[in-house]
Ligand binder design. Sequence first.
Ligand SMILES: [Zn+2]
Ligand SMILES: [Zn+2]
Length: 254
Amino acid sequence: MLIDSHAHLDMYDNERDLDDVVNRALQGGVTHIIAVGIDVTSSFRAAELAARHECISSTVGLHPHDAEKVNAEALEELKSLGGRPEVVAWGEIGLDFFRDYSPHKTQIEAFKLQLEMADYLDLPVIIHDREAHDEIFEILNKKGGRHRGVIHCFSGDYELAMAFIDMGYYISIPGTVTYKKASVVQDVAARIPLGRMLVETDAPFLAPVPRRGKRNEPVYLAHTARKIAQLRGESFEEIARRTTENAKILFSLS
Ligand SMILES: [Zn+2]
Ligand SMILES: [Zn+2]
């Protein structure tokens, strides 16, 4: 039994396609999926999916790629959506200095505003950090309020992972951990405390080996968990049990 802490379920082709994806996940032992929003439209779609499927919860947020879309109106819409019971987190938010689709200053402002919204709604945050490790760390370190959330698709090293963990955050390990040359994320997955680890697909992106390069789905999360088990010398069942427990605590799932 696994929980996929990060999937873009609104990106599949159509409803029938998505129903198949969800059924394959359930049959493959993925009992719950967090459908992550990246803008207002996708946050609404994710919430609809969550309302329709018991095994799906959703999030609201504006991705750093769309930082320029962060305005009072968008935040107000997401705020009201964030009050629905199926919405369990605010995200994904953060900084992406790799793709650089929005100016850094705009991304930073959008990130800070949304951190405040999450605190206001008392929701955990899902943070996207691509080549912006220092900036993300500094913003989180300076912010008041609670530190409740996850650094998704973690791409930093072990020291950075521990710094986020010490602040109170979880670290989510993606399918890249199965890639041959992924020694940094493999080191993180092998050494961070299991009590602070989540697992994710980031589907439909980043399919793990042996599906690498193909469309990803939550059911392939098992490949990722199996790799982590192997790296740590622990059983698959233990990795599944503990990461499921962590996701339930972070997202207040029953
Ligand atoms: Zn992301
Ligand atoms: Zn994502």
